[in-house]
Design a protein around this ligand. Sequence first.
Ligand SMILES: Cc1cc2nc3c(=O)[nH]c(=O)nc-3n(C[C@H](O)[C@H](O)[C@H](O)COP(=O)(O)O)c2cc1C
Length: 397
Amino acid sequence: MLKDKNILLGVTGGIAAYKAPGIVSLLRKKGANVKVIMTKAACEFVTPLTFQTMSNNIVHTEMFNQLSNMDVEHISLAKWADLIIIAPASANTIAKMANGIADNMLSTVLLAARSKILVAPAMNTFMLNNVATVENLNTLRQRGVTILDTQSDVLACGDEGSGKMLEPKEIVDEIDTALTKKDLLGKRFVITSGPTVEKVDPVRYISNHSSGKMGYALANAAVKRGAEVVLISGPTSLQKPHVKKVIDIETTLDMYNAVEEEFNSCDVLIKAAAPADYRPKTYSEEKIKKDGKTDFESIELVPNPDIAKHFGNLKKNQILVGFAAESHNEIEYAKGKLKKKNLDMIVVNNIKREGAGFKSDTNIASIINAAGEVDSLEIMTKEELAEEILNRIVKLF
Ligand SMILES: Cc1cc2nc3c(=O)[nH]c(=O)nc-3n(C[C@H](O)[C@H](O)[C@H](O)COP(=O)(O)O)c2cc1C
């Protein structure tokens, strides 16, 4: 969503200015064009040269002595921007914004801006909670400016509390969200993700290599596009996405029960998880020993419920998307699954192909629709694949 977007970054005089080059770097990696305006105070913390090098653009610090062309620069910069982000935003610049003061390049551009504006405050807790700052932030909110959260931590000044600027990645995610078309607004998604774990004894379990990356990418992308998301997640070390609800589960039976709770109220169920098809028939309360008596040469397994098939049969208006990870004949198997489980779409990949495996950040998938039409995609990141899947779901509504 950030590709070819014009992002204007305003940097003000706070210690968190040292993090702002990280924002430029991430934005550029995602294909955005970035221009930077720095206040005089910001230049005390980081040099314009840093931003110039990272953005590959001239950095604007002065109103008057930098006329590089015949443009009225504060106006042309305001017009150029698809979105303006102030990070870090000092109490002083926030106060200027709230009061319409235009006494430097940044505050003047902000007054001329017609694009979306995001503000990432960064300051001492007492400055943030000062009634003047609180009122200024409320004024900006009422005018449609998005005020990002701050984090609570030990701050640079040694005080502890809120006021720490979000990390560059979180800020870039917020920018991405702000620029994303909300074509899933009002839709409720249930997404299952990751592996399940079927315990044998207190030490051992049966599981699989699923990392949860695909399900988490789908959850993040759906939220960005305006959906309300319930994520049902098997054990994974991934950072939890900011969704409506995360339900942590361990076993396939847990996952089945969680889907059952959520299914009736959802518009879309995406089964991106890899639930174990079988579980041990019995669970040993004590660790099974190699003592010749309880030594296990085999584990008796019983089948788990087929979640996709069960809810495929139950579905009324819901859209049901399944996944298949195969090692051979993937299209044929996926078409069979699509029919058998009454899916509206299936995403299939051959786990043996390089770049398509479980823990990989990329995938090489084919998407098959209910009519059995196969759309084979190039290698892409799981985030990109999530967008492709959601684009097709939007068309099904
Ligand atoms: C070491 C140091 C750190 C500062 N950190 C912050 C800060 O994190 N947030 C803030 O609002 N002001 C901070 N200030 C004060 C601002 O730099 C000051 O209010 C300045 O006028 C802001 O100007 P600007 O809004 O034009 O950038 C700091 C000042 C110093 C000397």
